[in-house]
Design a protein around this ligand. Structure first.
Ligand code: PHE
Length: 497
């Protein structure tokens, strides 16, 4: 039956009834689900004063499945009683009957049966009365026939305790005629159209009231990946510290800027196919600032600026090879070179957060591409102490207060330090970054004034993200196995809490 059909049937019943009708009874007499009648009540209520409906709840007793079985086969105690022959039955045998255990104790307390503990061959059960009255069954039968009212409250509760009866609450509407009652319903308009306005028809129409409680449709929208949320927080920290973001929109870089400019010798193992992705097309870069390239070549092959250099035959062919950048320090090198071209040096604080690529063996914590967070400060007279101070300030903003530094090696920094922090959860010192003071062999060929030193540090973005969101396998964070629900559900990130 359609909804409007239910509404009209309901109105007809109401018209014929004196007083009102009960929605449960209407549903039963129409042979439809009660929910359908409830729907009709709701839609009639929305029309205004057609009907009045009052929500009522009533309780009634119902026989449970086990109770129904008893109505059919008799109570357990009656079944036990009826299977005991005149010569009695061994208690052990009785206990194996389906109703044995419950039936025995109930029949005993009813004094229907008696137990002879001293019988030959073990305890034996005898009937102690000739006939019984199965009141449990009789009472359940009454309830089934709708005569629960003839039982006492105590009796019903006893049967409830035995799980043979249950008390069910039913909600229904008591429906009476409203002041604009009618047996036919006119459909209300849901929209005011230009035509109605033009013809004036709107004056005679009934309009459906607005439902201001309706929930809106949740708009489809994008979701930020956890890495992007953590990146936002890192960016915020750098900005608070007065850093400027470097342009990192070039995944492809020449070996020159990625390695040579950073005083990384051409034979360095990192420049091998095993560690770096080389491009086949375009395989080489051709545009370099030539005088700077000459100075880089010289510092590698002959030294200068007080350095011995590496003393090998530096080849432009090696520097020209295009690669996917292996670190964002390539961008820092470009930016420092650009800074050195300024007429007059000005101190700078730069940062970047972007993707880098390494030809690595993949496992639960390593992918061939990941993100680096990098900070660079250039000024006259900066020392290792400044680097440590800036690192402390940076990590405190991340909520990390205990730092330790360990001497390390990078071709482009001297001294270099790995940064460790004490992880309260893991109860150990974990590596959180790498840092150092850029070498004169890198800075002076760029044209930066003597006396300017540059401190820098770098860390991965994935590692703090995984710790923050409790992700153990990097493949659950990045790549084709990512569960998009994880992306939708991940909360915004606050790094210091
Ligand atoms: N480039 C380094 C790396 O890839 C990080 C680093 C940046 C180290 C700046 C020192 C200074 O691990």
């Amino acid at each position: 039956m359609a909804d409007s059909g239910a509404a009209e049937s309901l109105l007809q019943r109401l018209d014929q009834a004196d007083g009102g009708v009960d929605s449960q009874q209407v549903a039963a007499s129409l042979g439809v689900d009660h929910q359908l009648v409830v729907g009709a009540v709701k839609s009639l209520q929305a029309l205004g004063e057609v009907i009045c409906a009052e929500l009522r709840s009533s309780k009634h007793w119902e026989v449970t499945e086990e109770g129904k079985e008893i109505v059919e086969k008799g109570s357990h105690e009656a079944r036990v009683f009826s299977c005991i022959p005149a010569e009695g039955m061994a208690q052990s045998q009785l206990m194996t009957l389906p109703s044995g255990k419950v039936g025995f104790s109930k029949a005993m307390s009813n004094k229907w049966i008696k137990l002879d503990k001293t019988a030959e061959g073990g305890p034996r059960i005898y009937k102690s009365v000739d006939s019984i009255e199965d009141t449990v069954k009789d009472r359940l039968q009454l309830v089934q026939r709708g005569q629960a009212g003839s039982l006492e409250e105590k009796e019903k509760n006893e049967l409830k305790k035995r799980k043979l009866l249950s008390e069910v609450t039913v909600k229904s509407y008591w429906i009476t005629k409203g002041c604009s009652f009618s047996t036919t319903v006119t459909k209300q308009e849901t929209e005011l159209t230009p035509e109605m306005l033009a013809s004036g028809a709107w004056r005679d129409k009934k309009f459906k009231p607005y439902n201001f409680d309706a929930l809106g449709i949740i708009p489809d929208c994008g979701h930020l990946h956890p890495l992007m949320k953590v990146r936002t927080q890192f960016r915020q920290i750098f900005l608070e510290m007065g850093f400027t973001e470097m342009p990192t929109n070039n995944f492809i870089e020449s070996s020159f800027w990625n390695f040579d400019a950073l005083f990384q010798p051409q034979q360095h193992p990192a420049r091998d196919q095993h560690d770096t992705f080389f491009l086949s097309d375009p395989a080489i870069a051709t545009e370099f600032p030539l005088d700077y390239l000459e100075r880089v070549k010289r510092v590698h092959s002959e030294g200068g600026y007080g350095s011995q250099g590496y003393k090998y035959d530096w080849k432009i062919e090696e520097a020209q090879k295009n690669i996917l950048r292996t670190h964002t320090t390539a961008v820092s090198a470009r930016m420092l070179y650009r800074l050195a071209q300024q007429e007059e040096f000005t101190p700078v604080k730069y940062f970047s957060i972007d993707r880098v690529f390494r030809n690595e063996t993949l496992d639960a914590t390593h992918l061939a591409e990941f993100h680096q967070v990098e900070g660079v400060v250039a000024d006259y007279g900066l020392t290792l102490g400044d680097l440590m101070g800036v690192l402390h300030q940076f990590f405190i903003k991340l909520g990390i207060t205990k730092l330790r530094f360990k001497p390390a090696f990078n071709p482009y920094t001297e001294p270099s330090m790995e940064v460790f922090s004490y992880h309260e959860g893991l109860k150990k010192w974990v590596e959180v970054g790498n840092s150092g003071v850029f070498r004169p062999e890198m800075l002076l060929p760029m044209g930066l004034p003597e006396g300017v030193s540059v401190i820098a540090w770098g860390l991965s973005l994935e590692r703090p993200t995984m710790i923050k969101y409790g992700i153990n396998n990097i493949r659950e964070l990045v790549g084709h196995k990512v569960n998009l629900q994880m992306v939708y559900d991940s909360p915004v990130c606050r790094l210091d809490s």
